[in-house]
Design a protein around this ligand. Structure first.
Ligand code: GNR
Ligand code: NI
Length: 167
C-alpha cells in the first residue's frame, strides 16, 4: 500500500472527463487500495481517481464515523435523483475552500465492483452528497462550479493571490 499525491486546483487533470474502466484486474484492486489509504490519511470522506492524476472512472468513499465502511465504485452513474439538500462542501483538491452546494437528496446509483459485477443501490444524506461530488470529479467538474459566479470569482481571486504569495 502506498499514498498517492493529491493534485490541486488549477491542475489540468481535474478538468478531464475520465475514461471508463474496462480492465478489472490486480492493478485496479491495488489502485483502489492506495486511493483508500490516501483518502483516510488526508483525511477525507471520498476520493476520485482524477484527483490523483489517474484517468479512470474509479471512486472510493467512506462517510462512516468509524472509517470502517469503505465503498469502491467503478464506473458509477446516477440513474435517478430526487429532492434537494444543501451542504457546505470542501474538496481535497481545493484546500481551504468551502461553499454550500445544492445536490439531490436521494439518488439511485448504478456502478460496478472490483470484479466488474453490476451493483445498484440507493443513497441519501452525506453519502448521496459525496457520491455526487465524486461523480462530478469523474466528469471534470468541481464543487466550486456549482456556486454563484460571484462566489466562484471571489474564490478564484483568492486562490490566485495565494499562489502568487507562495511562489
Ligand atoms: O473529504 C471531503 N469532504 C467533503 C465534504 C463535503 C462534501 C464533499 C466532500 S468530499 C471531500 C473529499 C474530496 O475532495 N473528494 O473528492
Ligand atoms: Ni473533491
Amino acid at each position: 500500500m502506498s499514498l498517492i499525491p493529491i493534485h490541486t486546483y488549477p491542475d489540468k487533470c481535474l478538468r478531464k472527463k475520465a475514461q471508463t474502466v474496462t480492465a478489472f484486474d490486480d492493478a485496479l484492486a491495488s489502485l483502489t487500495q492506495n486511493m483508500a489509504e490516501t483518502m483516510y490519511a488526508a483525511p477525507g470522506i471520498g476520493l476520485a481517481a482524477p484527483q490523483v492524476n489517474i484517468d479512470q472512472r474509479v471512486v472510493v468513499i467512506d462517510v462512516s464515523e468509524d472509517k470502517n465502511d469503505l465503498k469502491v465504485l467503478i464506473n458509477p452513474e446516477i440513474v435517478h435523483k430526487e429532492g434537494a439538500q444543501d451542504y457546505e462542501e470542501g474538496c481535497l483538491s481545493i484546500p481551504g475552500v468551502f461553499g454550500v452546494v445544492e445536490r439531490a437528496a436521494q439518488i439511485e446509483v448504478k456502478a460496478q465492483d472490483l470484479s466488474g459485477n453490476a451493483v445498484e443501490f440507493q443513497a441519501d444524506g452525506l453519502l448521496a452528497i459525496c457520491i455526487q461530488h465524486e461523480i462530478d470529479h469523474l466528469n471534470g467538474v468541481l464543487f466550486i462550479d456549482h456556486l454563484s459566479k460571484l462566489k466562484r470569482d471571489r474564490i478564484k481571486k483568492r486562490l490566485k493571490k495565494e499562489a502568487r504569495q507562495s511562489a
